[in-house]
Design a protein around this ligand. Structure first.
Ligand code: FAD
Length: 482
């Protein structure tokens, strides 16, 4: 009975489990997928690894509180190597832009590009530079020491949050007269997002404080899960929880397939729509989250096409490319762009001389979900068809690549739903638009004791740092009550 039950073995659930086990509190994590990690995952096919998650892990610089947090849960080690990108490649209207990711190069690039906006470009770059030099603050300060840290070492970060969290990228861009410059910025961060997110993305990358940890999600999750088990934690895979049992206003158990598991606390570290509508049967409303589920935009669902190639091609680490002609990724979802990445900088990702490549496309959740449920064979054929179109598209750019494809793996928004239960296939919850970022989301449900909500659905914008931080902080709340 004296056990904390955790629903979800993603970064949030694992972090909470680790922190509780460290304090000698018995926990069990219930996970519907056959493996840990949630959306922070990578998969291996015939010797090729494909990382479906990490592009940019914020707060990895030595001395950062976030770096300490990552080490605390074994997501990173002291000697973990972080790969930093020196440029971002974008293709817009048949023009290719290689944008340097250092403050001076970035500023020069934009000043050359749009000299008429020089005053605003300099001001923009100053904001980015401030973030690049500032310490980051993982969440709101919890004590005097953290508060002092925030207002001294993290003051530029704080200032940027306060000044810009309310302003969208498109509102900020009104100050630029060059429309092509604005297009480039929109490709770096969507126009409806908070401009704070743009400063963070650029600033942390330029400050070598947001990169790719070598080994990627596979290494990170393996290390975290092994650490959790070594502390005495238990994970039950292939166990989808379908009910949270509330008795006398208190969460007392969870159920999977009619089997009941008793516990003293329940941490929900998974999809919030399923939690409110199914596990709590819509009987225990959370006014803010219910409203957000109705009104706030979600991350657009994705289709991931992973390719194992028998040789290397000059594909950048991460690029947004234009199609020669738009393709339909199912359900009349026409897309004229794709994101492509290779992992050639990390030799653990492919056999010697070979290359792992991942293409990401926007996709229609309902189309893929319905097709998979109603006609599995057509679902498989349609997936293959999109992959074929993409490989043909790549062939126009990288001659011979078609023949080089030795491994192919295709995930649709329905794959994310099947494995991780993601509402509408939204892989990172609510988009970081200003309205969502300003919502005060309570981590408990009125009238239900001993039940805590945690994870990416509780922090708009999601991401690795909020997931780990939320897991740790939720554990801390419970530890205080034990
Ligand atoms: C393509 C992609 C790229 C990304 N890139 C980055 C990046 O570059 N930088 C960054 O910081 N973040 C990135 N993220 C986001 C980051 O990975 C997530 O925000 C974070 O991992 C979320 O962790 P979580 O534990 O809160 O949620 P999840 O990973 O969703 O974990 C929830 C877990 O609960 C399980 N579950 C759900 N329902 C049930 C149930 N009823 N019973 C049992 N188990 C259940 C799920 O299977 C899942 O394992 C990316 C994500 C994706 C998909």
């Amino acid at each position: 009975m004296e056990k904390v039950l955790i629903i979800g073995a993603g970064l949030t659930g694992l972090s909470a489990g680790i922190a509780l086990q460290k304090k000698g509190i018995n926990t069990e994590i219930f996970e519907m997928a056959p493996w840990p990690g949630g959306v922070c995952t990578a998969w291996v096919r015939n010797g090729y690894t494909f990382d479906g998650c990490i592009h940019w892990m914020v707060g990895t610089r030595e001395g950062e509180l976030m770096r300490k947090m990552y080490e605390e849960v074994h997501a990173l080690r002291e000697d973990s190597i972080i790969y930093h990108l020196d440029s971002i490649t974008l293709e817009i209207d048949n023009e290719t832009y290689v944008i340097p990711l250092d403050v001076v190069g970035f500023k020069d690039f934009f000043l050359d590009f749009a000299p008429e906006d020089s005053i605003e470009i300099v001001a923009f770059c100053k904001e980015v530079e401030k973030i690049s030099k500032s310490k980051l603050i993982p969440g709101s300060p919890q004590n005097i020491k953290e508060f002092f840290y925030a207002i001294t070492k993290g003051r530029n970060f704080l200032r940027t949050v306060v000044k810009y969290v309310d302003i969208t990228v498109s509102e900020y861009c009104e100050r630029f007269s060059n429309k092509e410059l604005v297009k480039i910025i929109y490709h770096l961060m969507g126009p409806s997002m908070s401009v704070f997110a743009l400063f963070m993305m650029l600033g942390t990358r330029m400050g070598k404080n947001g990169g790719f940890p070598m080994g990627g999600a596979l290494t990170m999750i393996k290390n975290m899960h092994e650490y959790y088990l070594s502390l005495g934690g238990k994970t039950s895979f292939n166990t989808k929880i379908d009910e949270i049992v509330i008795e006398n206003g208190r969460a007392k158990a969870i159920k999977s397939n009619e089997k009941e598991y008793l516990g003293s606390y329940v941490i929900v570290a998974c999809d919030i729509h399923y939690t409110l509508k199914n596990m709590l049967k819509d009987k225990y409303p959370h006014p803010v989250l219910n409203l957000m589920l109705e009104e706030m935009p979600l991350f657009e669902p994705l289709m991931l096409i992973s390719l194992g190639l028998d040789k290397k091609y000059p594909i950048p680490y991460s690029a947004i490319c234009s199609m020669t002609k738009p393709i339909d990724t199912g359900g009349m979802n026409k897309t004229s762009q794709y994101q492509i990445r290779t992992f050639d900088f990390d030799s653990s990702f492919a056999p010697k001389g070979c290359s792992s490549v991942l293409v990401t496309l926007s996709a229609n959740f309902n189309y893929w979900q319905n097709l998979r449920e109603t006609d599995y064979q057509t679902y498989k054929n349609e997936k293959e068809l999109v992959a074929k179109k993409i490989i043909d598209e790549l062939e126009t750019r990288y001659k011979g690549i078609k023949e080089s494809v030795k491994v192919k793996d295709i995930a649709t928004p329905s794959t994310y739903f099947r494995l991780n239960n993601l509402y509408m296939g939204s892989y990172e919850g609510f988009l970081p638009v200003p309205k969502a970022l300003k919502m005060k989301i309570k981590k408990q449900i009125i009238g239900v004791k001993n039940l805590y909500l945690a994870g990416q659905w509780i922090t708009p914008g999601g991401g690795i740092p909020p997931a780990i931080l939320d897991g740790l902080r939720t554990a801390k709340t419970i530890i205080k009550k034990y």
